[in-house]
Write a protein that binds this ligand. Sequence first.
Ligand SMILES: [Zn+2]
Ligand SMILES: [Zn+2]
Length: 137
Amino acid sequence: MTSTRIAGRCLCGAVAFSVDADAFDNRTACHCAQCRRWSGHYWASISGPIDEFKVDTGEDKIKWHQSSEFAKRGFCSECGSSLFWHGHKLDAYKSRIAVAFGALDTPTGVTLDQHIFIADKGDYYELADGVPQLDRE
Ligand SMILES: [Zn+2]
Ligand SMILES: [Zn+2]
């Protein structure tokens, strides 16, 4: 059985990765304060089983920041691109990984499913794209 891969990379290209297009079926923009600070705005990601995620180049260039007691965030140590979110200490999330939507090669062929943590969103923008909005997750 063949599967379609979606490829992504950081700004400088030191880190390149790919995910299975069918398995990565959760597409979310998170407006929580952590995602806003980490990304510079809000962080859009596509998530799925970590088994269907592969680092193709630059595994050694990825640095992980423990951003809370249950999750860590991966970024390129060369250029600083915000790439991955892994809830490695949460039962519901530890077998999954979220990768930056903005790091994917276009066309991705997919669109956002939902905005989450709207209750924490910045006060300097409005969302009028018609995508469902959840106060939390
Ligand atoms: Zn980079
Ligand atoms: Zn967030």
